[in-house]
Design a protein around this ligand. Sequence first.
Ligand code: ADP
Ligand code: MG
Length: 413
Amino acid sequence: MTTFADLGLYDSLLDGLDSMGFEKPTPIQEQVMPHILAGKDIIACAQTGTGKTAAYLLPVLDKISRQEKEHTAALIISPTRELALQIDHAFQGFSYFTSASSIAVYGGGDGHTFDREKKALTEGASVVIATPGRLISHLNLGYVKFDQLDFLVLDEADKMLDMGFYDDILKIIRFLPSKRQNLLFSATMPPKIRDLARKIMHDPFEVNIAISKPAAGVTQTAYVVYDAQKPELLKHILMKRTDPSMLVFASTKQTVKDLEKELRRKGLPARAIHSDLTQEERESVLLSFRTRQTRILVATDILSRGIDIDNIGLVLNYDVPGDAEDYVHRVGRTARAESTGEAITFIGQKDQRRFGVIEELIERVIPKEPLPEGMGQSPMYNPAARSGGGNGGGGNKKRRPPFRKKRKSPANG
Ligand code: ADP
Ligand code: MG
């Protein structure tokens, strides 16, 4: 068994790991760290929850700990503020017994935030963790000191490209010294990433670990439903659960907002997070979820990648994500680091075909549960059908669930 000490990590980092309760490296950590420590560029692809953050932070911190001269040694680019904050948080843990410092630069907030970031960047820190747009604003003003940079880290590279940051990344790279070590981390490896890697990396070492499969500890099930059955079914499932933390995903902001209202109206303590909220609002919602003041978080996909919240017992997909990889990301929110969890997906009338694609991707057929008694019948599941409309075939949009009615008596009354 390989230990962190076997990898030759600096002593003060081993102390940090100890205090965080990390006993041994995860597979991705074990595979990439020796190469990063040896100075190689790397491309690392592993599903969410496999410990990618430490896989790059530890070697970066190792190098910083061995350097005499203080300078900004690493730039870590993250697609979202939430992830930037989370990386910074992990950094604080690992670097606790070292003298390394960090700045998180992610925008939002008011003019004061910008000034504070500017001041911090002017003074410098060992590691800068930034979202692309905000970093470019600072870079254009000329006080960011990347001239001695050792590492460029791209975290959640797939998400970054999905969000349209390709050109921004290239722009940022023009501000960096050409001799540097590039570390690219991603949950998936679409062709766009290879393209980016070819442009910016030098003979990268590549590691791929079990792409696109939810962690083994997640129990996955699904309900085939008419759209009109979803609210009732959601309520029914959430009411029965005792988990302290549950995450409900929906594809659109509007659905997320509606569900928050609907659930609260039914007495379920839910809060919503989506891109219409301000930075402060998003942080406060996340905090109240993390600290378990809020039991149910309803979210759009901004939360499905990278964000690490422990012990989410249930991830419920109120709809099937448009992109099959997003399913893996959403489901990856539960069963982090070898715990267990459950993922339930509602397959609506228009979602069947897409769910079929997901089942192909993860190479497994997800069991379809019968609807609870009193909730009517499920449509037929036929993912190969053209628009997945169920037994009536496509184009039958007005179709209603056959026996939909409010349950007044207990389930089997
Ligand atoms: P990823 O970036 O691959 O999605 P994270 O870096 O966010 O994964 O790590 C997922 C969770 O696993 C975090 O809570 C992290 O603290 C924990 N973790 C990572 N590496 C280890 C380890 N070696 N031992 C124990 N827990 C770990
Ligand atoms: Mg990550």
